[in-house]
Design a protein around this ligand. Sequence first.
Ligand SMILES: [Zn+2]
Length: 245
Amino acid sequence: MALKESEAIVLRTYPLRESDLLVTLFTRLEGKVKGVARAAKKSKRRFGGALEPLTYVRAIYDDRERQELARLDSCEVIESPMATEVSYPRAVALGHVAELLDELMPDREASDAVFRLSLAVLQELRGPKLWMAVTYFELWMTRLMGFLPELSECVVCGRSLNGSRAFYHALADGLMCADDKRLASSELSHESRMIAAQMLRSRVSEFAAIDWPKPVAEDLRKFLLQILERHIEKKLVTAGMLEKI
Ligand SMILES: [Zn+2]
């Protein structure tokens, strides 16, 4: 059986039996792969520190015949989020990235665009500032999954929303003008729509120097999370945790 080697981001680990770990990796080679790391809790040589969530690793694994789970042979750390201090808010933001990747990416389907996005956003999540990177990641994941509606026109009447108010609703796709909005809609501010348009044209690193407190684009994040949760048909655990920070 041929060993496969790929860059990967560790998404989750679960204890399995006495000393094994079940590991979910997002690999560059073939997308999300679940595997078993045998004796991972004992073998510091093969896995020492490399299986912490959101660690960027070089993984070596192979597929066993007639078995769904790969066998993880070894993992070497390329970059660890543990290299800088992990405060609670930062841990939640990192967990959010992991949960979105785990929930949105199908098994064994490579996406170089999502992989590069994830690495770029993890770079921006090294310090105490979180909200810009979280917003950028949610926006681009929504776009790359093909869920992002047109932000500049009303989904009902087609009228341009540039220069006018825009509304969204948990059960509707897309934005609506003031005439077509449903009951209990929320408003997506002009400012946040401008931020989204700019983010869709720019690299995440271009926003790194900007001071970005939580209220900035909060309505945009709510809009995006509603879209994502509608598609995965469940609530994101980390969305609620982020809200409370
Ligand atoms: Zn309309």
